[in-house]
Design a protein around this ligand. Sequence first.
Ligand code: ZN
Length: 262
Amino acid sequence: MVTLLVVLFGFCLGSFINVVIHRMPKEQSLWHPGSRCPKCRRPIAFYDNVPVVSWLVLRGRCRGCGTRISARYPLVESLVAVLTWLLWERGGGGSWSILTILASAALVAVAFIDWDTFLIPDELSLGLLAVGLLSAPINPFFASALGHGAWYGRMLFSLLGAGTGFAICWATAEFGERLFKREALGGGDVKLLAAVGAWTGALGAFDCMMIGALAGSVYGVARMARGTLKRYEPMPFGPFLSAAAVFNFFKLLPFGFPFGPI
Ligand SMILES: [Zn+2]
């Protein structure tokens, strides 16, 4: 029963993330007005706004004008719902689970916004950084930190993680720019990796950078091989960093891989 409610909450959270993805880059309010059809501006009634279900019932079209509604909406809702369910189970259903669920939803928004616009809104990256630092006292990633995981030890490790994330990404950006004579990583990526460090520590930030770079390279090379990406065409890195950060929340790799735990 609790699990069912958690998954339903996940779908609603995903629905809100859709709003964030579409409105935040345009600096529009997330709360007003309610959802409208992008074509005919007809307000979407609550019964046509049920996550996934409404899209299926209306077969991906607006009830008013019949314009196609992107399949991305139900996909984002499903993705956030699945992550919500998995993180709830993984984290034991406590306050830490709830925090990682909200952080992952924000990271899904980061991934899609960066994909669309090549920008990562500060509201999301710096917001994640702030919440990561403030929630450090209950962060299990820092359980073995200074003072046997006392709150000040955890906060120090979180701060250290943020600094390391910032430094790794900033150094890579500088190095990449000198090597390739073009911007490979932006300031948004640097702030995002600082936030990841605040949540998962210095080694977590390192892992995230490695996994993100690997995934990004595989994707880039695959697209170049198919001829759909030119050699120096820009590619957003935020989606890969975000995916790696969410992956890290599950602690599937030995933490601090490949160097082992702190
Ligand atoms: Zn319409």
